[in-house]
Design a protein around this ligand. Structure first.
Ligand code: PMP
Length: 377
């Protein structure tokens, strides 16, 4: 068996140890005589799997007790709609920071909701770096909320652009119409959650699709402060309402049980094999620093993002001679380096260095890039 070097942006590489454990337990989960995917979600065995996954995630992220952890479906894209639906029940204007493709999609969803429903839901752009080509995030003094802000949403790590915040935006409201504490910070952490430790208490809501650092596609984690669960618009469909999930242990209907189980195995791997998120961050920093150094030390490769805002998870890069793109990708694939093509909207290359991508994988990529440059540069 050969496992190749997988730099996919998502669904992304899974830790080999997790897949091995899943293989061991595939037909007969711990002597129960059946697979986890064949169990009732209401069985004590699955309830224990679900509860352990939540507990391990709470430990990894040091999630305070006044936060609920929800396991939903629909991906992060569904949360783009859930955020306004669940937070605009008391009125106010949704505020958004714009740093690229994913934050723009979230903004569009809130605006869409405005046209079908509330005239209040006219998204206010509290900061944007669109004009400078999204090569940096808005600086703290460039963030300006509307005085009736219902929440401030941002995307911590723009997966396509390879752009990440180097600070947690502050929720400062110019007028005191809404008490400051009432304006929650909402963050799309799909492509960066679990890559470093995190101070959850700075946030009202954190959400993340699973298929990068959590597990396979099909499950979405939402971490929400419990006092925010009563702000939903009344017409929110029950399957989109966070409170319904919170009140039903995320089992309002049949949850994606196998994805939930695999996410639990990933959390165990992070705790026991890696040793926690501080250790994970150290590994992740070594990985991306090695790759950025290789890019910066060459005239053949380039990354456009300002150093302070370079993503530690997604590293886009271009070749000086773009006519070599297809050859680069073909040769990379022959060398066992998969999924390096940049997103179709931006072109070029992108190496995603999620948690399950090892330092050896990154070293193999760097060696290939240097060899390619020697031969073709
Ligand atoms: N937000 C970010 C930052 C993403 O990277 C993605 C997917 N790549 C999404 C949202 C959308 O996620 P999903 O496909 O799970 O809806």
């Amino acid at each position: 068996m050969t496992r190749l070097h997988n730099f996919c942006a998502g669904p992304a590489a899974m830790p080999t140890a997790v897949l091995e454990r899943a293989r061991e337990e595939l037909l007969d989960y711990q002597g129960r005589g059946l697979s986890v995917m064949e169990m009732s979600h209401r069985s004590p065995t699955f309830e224990a799997i679900a509860a352990k996954a939540e507990q391990d995630l709470r430990e990894l992220l040091a999630i305070p007790d006044n936060y609920r952890v929800l396991f939903m479906q629909g991906g992060a894209t569904m949360q783009f709609a859930c955020v306004p639906l669940n937070l605009l029940g008391n009125g106010g204007t949704p505020n958004y920071l714009d740093t690229g493709i994913w934050s723009t999609k979230a903004i569009k969803e809130a605006q869409h909701l405005a046209t079908v429903d509330s005239p209040l839901a006219n998204a206010h752009i509290a900061g944007s770096t669109r004009d400078s080509g999204y090569v940096h995030v808005p600086r703290p003094d460039e963030v300006s909320l509307s005085d009736d802000a219902a929440y401030l949403h941002y995307c911590h790590n723009e997966t396509i652009g390879g752009l990440a915040y180097d600070y947690v935006p502050e929720v400062r409201v110019p007028e005191v119409r809404v008490p400051e504490a009432d304006v929650p910070l909402v963050c799309d952490m799909s492509s960066s959650i679990l890559s470093t430790p995190l101070d959850v208490s700075r946030y009202g809501v954190i959400y993340a699709g699973a298929q990068k650092n959590i597990g396979p596609a099909g499950i979405t984690v939402v971490i929400v402060r419990d006092d925010l669960l009563d702000r939903a618009m009344p017409q929110t469909p029950s399957l989109l309402g966070w409170k319904v999930y919170a009140d039903n242990d995320s089992m309002i209907n049949t949850p994606p049980t196998y994805a939930w189980y695999l996410a639990g195995l990933v959390f165990e791997w992070l705790k026991h094999d890696i040793g926690g998120l501080a250790e994970m961050e150290a590994i992740n920093r070594r990985k991306c620093e090695a790759l950025y150094a290789a890019i910066d030390s060459s005239d053949f490769y380039a990354n456009p993002i300002e150093p302070a805002n370079r993503s530690i998870m997604n590293v886009p890069f271009t070749l000086a001679d773009e006519s070599l793109n297809a050859t680069f990708l073909d040769e990379a694939e022959s060398a066992g380096l998969l999924n390096l093509k940049g997103h179709r909207s931006v072109g070029g290359m992108r190496a995603s260095l999620y948690n399950a991508v090892s330092e050896a994988d990154v070293q193999a990529l760097i060696t290939f890039m240097q060899d390619f440059e020697r031969r073709r540069g």
